[in-house]
Design a protein around this ligand. Structure first.
Ligand code: ADE
Length: 238
């Protein structure tokens, strides 16, 4: 998978992309990152990429010129299309595990990170990008949302985490929160691991995990069950 990130703040990305599981996926040549620095596409002698909004008001706006030039150069240089560009904005569609499963099927991911108050509206009008929000709160830019999406997608690529089954049992993978987990020791500060997990009976253990996942979801996020008829059917049959 090739992952392109268009940003005015490339250094915000470098640390997280150079650690842990993401770093290993690069070393294993499963993913390759291309960071495009918007400032290199500014004709301003100070490499400015932002300006004041017409009509006044607080905050700065990313100028159209560096963004247009950067996108055009990326399309010309790499095998990507404008329809693959994802713009990160709190005004986008809410991100979810379902979207992560959709994105992991793509060969290219291309992210455009907004910053400051936003981008010149002509960028959105012209490029007609898919727009994603990672939640109903406002961050200073799209760089952290891009990292959140990249992390959640990369871990779904076979070979990235050592046991894909562990992604398949994640919270949300089947529309439910994940069950509780325990590791050694069996008793810690007088708190014991549930006996069933020590029984060696895998059918019973799986059953317990399912039930705990339902109980937890019902308590913490009941709307996940109510919004998903498959789960309601499974809940009835348990
Ligand atoms: N940029 C600023 N806030 C954001 C959010 N919540 N999601 C995506 N991009 C953003």
């Amino acid at each position: 998978m090739n992952i392109h990130i268009i940003t005015a703040f490339p250094n915000l990305l470098r640390g997280p992309l150079d650690e842990s599981i993401i770093k290993r996926s690069v070393e294993k040549k499963i993913v390759e990152f291309f960071i495009h620095d918007l400032r290199q596409y500014s004709s301003d002698k100070h490499h400015r990429v932002d300006d004041y909004p017409y009509g006044g008001g607080p905050g700065m706006i990313l100028k159209p010129e560096p963004i247009f030039k950067c996108i055009e150069s990326a399309i010309e240089t790499y095998n990507i299309t404008s329809s693959e560009i994802i713009f990160l904005t709190p005004q986008g569609k809410k991100y979810s595990q379902a979207k992560a499963k959709e994105l992991v099927e793509r060969e290219n991911l291309v992210f455009l990170c907004g910053h400051y108050k936003g981008v010149d509206e002509r960028v959105r009008d012209y490029w007609k990008m898919d727009e994603i929000s990672i939640g109903d709160y406002v961050l200073t830019g799209g760089e952290l949302p891009a990292l959140v999406i990249i992390d959640s997608v990369i871990r779904l690529i076979p070979g990235v985490i050592s046991d894909l089954d562990s992604a398949k049992t994640d919270s949300f993978y089947q529309g439910l929160l994940d069950c509780p987990y325990y590791t050694r020791p069996e008793i810690y500060r007088e708190m014991s691991v549930p006996e069933i997990l020590l029984s060696g009976n895998h059918a019973e253990i799986n059953n317990w995990k399912q039930q705990e996942a339902f109980k937890l979801t019902l308590k913490a996020r009941p709307e996940l069950i109510n919004d998903n008829n498959d789960n309601v059917a499974t809940l009835d049959s348990n």
